[in-house]
Structure formats: structure tokens, C-alpha cells
Design a protein. Structure first.
Length: 450
């Protein structure tokens, strides 16, 4: 049996990937893998943010199942790493998104696990000291204003956002080169570089623009997109897209380094690659955010190194990856897994899924939900409003036609009611994870709303 490499890329939307038809050469290596392996052109996350999406990627459940995502993974969920560890694999994971840390349960099942939780910059540590010792004094508001002004006006990178992809790759390669080859390996690597702020190395910027944008300018522009999207010019938006594409090209190169090392040292490797979600670039009037439109939910998904190949356009959810990997490795699929193994599609040509459902929020009574099939997207927002999009004529989801199709609204609302009942069936009581203030600060600086 091959060793298994699981690569996840934060914020990578499908329509910026070469083999999905993007006109820019952002992913030459992924394109080569796609040409040799299996691709799934209609793969979707079940929500549009990291903390909502990763229960699907690691435990094959929709975001609000088993108590939701705010309290981390429940004891009733089985992580993919636990499946492989119990099956005799050596397991390792490397990432730097703090919502995927040991605190949230994502370290379960890993023999070796790096989540960067204790890796704080000097400035972040200084700010935490000020919060702890000076908050409530006259000097603290002055320091706080100076801190925020430095980032928004001066573009100074004031804090440790994430570990760069080259460093994550170096760590993973060190593990690959030292790993015990007497046992099969399961290795998960998550790349954060495609998540804003976009700070790509100059050599990758030059793939898409003549001049190199400084980190300071990139961070200043990022704040403007987040805080004043209505004032962003077309030139500024294009600059941000250039940096986004440069980060994708940089990550593509790191994936090549990673896979080359695994194949050189381990031999046969099967790679499963996807993204947790995509990204908004003002298509709906804002940048970033977790809303349920396709720019946030449509993700690339490919498998390389197994005996199957070809492109598949059936509707796939990212919950389908964990049972696929377990079945492919000949390991038991946990009963809690809600996804479907893609082996039935690539091996047998049989696929029962025709739609995806999902959502995000504080619970069933305070959440937004989504139903999507090949023709329609239906959204029930937490504020009680509904949206319906005809994807055949309006793939950009710009014209809400819910008022014109009351019969479809009732039909899809019924589908979401079934989803709510399934959420209630799996419900467990979880308390929110208590995070240290420095961790909260790093997440805020990445643009996450707690």
C-alpha cells in the first residue's frame, strides 16, 4: 500500500487553478498532477471558512454536526489521523492555522504534530505584555492606536500571522527524510500562504507583474479591502489579485518540493489535495468573509498516485475525502463519517450524491444554511432572509430569484430541514475553546472573527 500525503491549501478558489481553466499559469505542478491523476471539477466545501470547513476535511462531517466547530472536535468524532494511526501508519501533521491546533482537537491521532501555537513574533509578545499589564491605564489606548495605525496606514506587519510555506515544507521534508520506512506513512501538510495577507516572494510576484509590491504596501491594501471595500479602485483590486495569484504559484512550488521529497524517500505516494475554501474579491461587495457563495465554496480536488485517472464533474463535497482515504488504505470507515467514498465513482462509475448541504453559525437556531445542486443554490440566512440562484444563467450568484420560484424554495427548504434534523441527531454539548489572548490576537490579525 502506498504512503498517503494529504495536502490542504487555505483559501484557494477553484477558478484560479490552471486545470480548472484559469488563464494565468498559477499551478503548473498541480496541473501536471491533475493530468496524471483524478480530478473533481465540482467539489465544494460545506461552508466558507477554515474553522467551519475542517471538521469536514478531518472527520467527514458537516460544520454544525457533533456540537459544531466552536468547541473543537467532539470525542464522538474520529479524526482521519486516528483512522490511519489505528491502522498501523506513522502519522504526522504540519500547519500554522491556530483554529486547527491541539486545543481544537486536531492533534488527535498524530505521532508528530506542529501547529505553531507557541510561535509568536516579538511584536505580538510585546502587544500581549501591554494588554496584560497596561490595559486600563491611560497609556494603553495610545499604544493600541499606534499598533493599528502602523498596520493600516504604514503597512507594517505587526505580528506573526502564519508560518510561510517554505518553512512548513522544510519541516515536512525533514520529517520525510527521517521517518521510519518500516511502517506506512500518513502525512498532512496545510499551507496558509494563499490566505491574506498576501506576501509572496518577489520571484513569484514577477510571474504576474512587472514591479514587486512591498509587504508594507500589501498589508496596507489588505486593510483597505477589509475595512473600506467601497473605496478600492480597479487598479488596487488587480494588485491584490496579482498577489493572490503569486501566492498560489508559490504554494504550487512548495507542493512540488514536498511531493518530490516524499517520492524520493518513500517511493509510492498517493496524494490527496484540496482547499478548505476559496476567497471573495468584491464579487459580492466585500473581501474575505465566510458567506456561502461559490467563490468561497468551490474548491479544487485532485488525487494523484493511485491507479485511477480522468476528470469527473459529479457534485462532490469535501466530506467525501476522509472516507475515500480510509477505504483506499483498506482501513475501517468510522460510522460517524457522513461523506461518500470517491472510489465508488472512479472505480465503479457509481455516484449517489447530487447535492451538498452545509452552513455556519452558533447553532441550528442561529445559523445560515446552504443547499446546492448542479442547477440551483439556495441559502437561508440567520436573519431570516432567503436567496435562490439559477446557476445555469447566473453562475456568479448576482440575481436572487427566490420570489419567482416559491415551489423550489419550499422544496429546498425541506432539504435543509432534513439537514437540521441530522444536526440535532448528532448534537453533543461542547463548550467554546478557551484561547490565550496572544492566540486570539494572531487569529484576528489573519482576519478571523471570533
Amino acid at each position: 500500500m502506498n504512503d498517503v500525503l494529504y495536502v490542504t491549501i487555505d483559501s484557494l478558489r477553484a477558478d484560479h487553478v490552471g486545470y480548472h481553466g484559469y488563464e494565468r499559469d498559477t499551478t503548473p505542478h498541480l496541473d501536471d498532477l491533475a493530468a496524471e491523476g483524478s480530478t473533481f471539477s465540482n467539489a465544494f466545501a460545506h461552508a466558507g471558512g477554515t474553522k467551519m470547513a475542517f471538521p469536514s476535511l478531518m472527520t467527514s462531517v458537516t460544520p454544525l454536526s457533533y456540537g459544531g466547530y466552536r468547541g473543537g472536535l467532539s470525542d464522538e468524532q474520529t479524526t482521519l489521523a486516528e483512522v490511519f494511526q489505528r491502522g498501523g501508519y506513522r502519522t504526522a501533521g504540519f500547519h500554522s492555522n491556530l483554529y486547527l491546533s491541539e486545543q481544537f482537537g486536531y492533534g488527535r491521532g498524530f505521532d508528530r504534530f506542529f501547529d505553531s501555537q507557541t510561535d509568536a513574533s516579538t511584536v505580538s509578545k510585546a502587544r500581549q505584555y501591554a494588554k496584560t499589564h497596561l490595559q486600563g491605564t491611560p497609556v494603553y489606548p495610545l499604544l493600541e492606536r499606534a499598533y493599528n495605525f502602523a498596520e493600516s496606514s504604514g503597512g507594517v506587519n505587526v505580528g506573526s500571522y502564519h508560518v510561510p510555506g517554505d518553512e512548513i515544507t522544510d519541516m515536512a521534508i525533514d520529517y520525510i527524510e527521517s521517518a521510519d520506512t518500516d511502517h506506512p506513512q500518513f502525512l498532512w501538510v496545510h499551507y496558509m500562504d494563499v490566505h491574506h495577507p498576501f506576501l509572496p516572494p518577489a520571484e513569484f510576484q514577477r510571474q504576474f507583474r512587472d514591479d514587486v509590491v512591498s509587504n508594507q504596501e500589501s498589508i496596507r491594501l489588505r486593510r483597505k479591502l477589509l475595512e473600506e471595500p467601497e473605496n478600492v479602485t480597479e487598479e488596487e483590486l488587480q494588485l491584490q489579485l496579482d498577489l493572490y495569484d503569486a501566492e498560489i504559484r508559490h504554494t504550487d512550488y512548495q507542493v512540488r518540493r514536498l511531493l518530490d521529497a516524499a517520492e524520493d524517500h518513500w517511493g509510492g505516494v498517493t496524494t490527496f489535495l484540496t482547499a478548505d475554501h476559496g476567497e471573495h474579491f468584491l464579487e459580492h461587495g466585500y473581501f474575505s468573509g465566510a458567506q456561502l457563495y461559490d467563490v468561497k465554496m468551490h474548491v479544487p480536488l485532485l488525487v494523484h498516485g493511485w491507479e485511477y485517472s480522468g476528470s469527473h464533474d459529479e457534485t462532490v463535497g469535501i466530506t467525501d475525502l476522509p472516507p475515500t482515504m480510509a477505504e483506499y488504505a483498506g482501513l475501517p470507515v468510522p460510522e460517524s463519517y457522513q461523506g461518500h467514498s470517491l472510489l465508488s465513482l472512479v472505480r465503479d462509475g457509481v455516484w449517489d450524491r447530487t447535492s451538498i448541504v452545509g452552513g455556519y453559525g452558533n447553532g441550528v437556531d442561529d445559523a445560515s444554511f446552504v443547499y446546492r445542486d448542479r442547477e440551483w443554490k439556495y441559502i437561508e440566512n440567520a436573519d431570516g432572509t432567503t436567496e435562490l440562484y439559477d446557476l445555469a444563467t447566473d453562475p456568479g450568484e448576482q440575481r436572487n430569484v427566490a420570489a419567482d420560484h416559491e415551489d423550489l424554495v419550499r422544496q429546498f427548504a425541506g432539504k435543509l430541514n432534513e439537514h437540521r434534523r441530522e444536526i440535532e441527531r448528532t448534537n453533543v454539548d461542547l463548550t467554546d475553546v478557551e484561547m490565550e489572548e496572544e492566540v486570539r490576537e494572531r487569529l484576528r490579525r489573519l482576519g478571523y472573527d471570533e
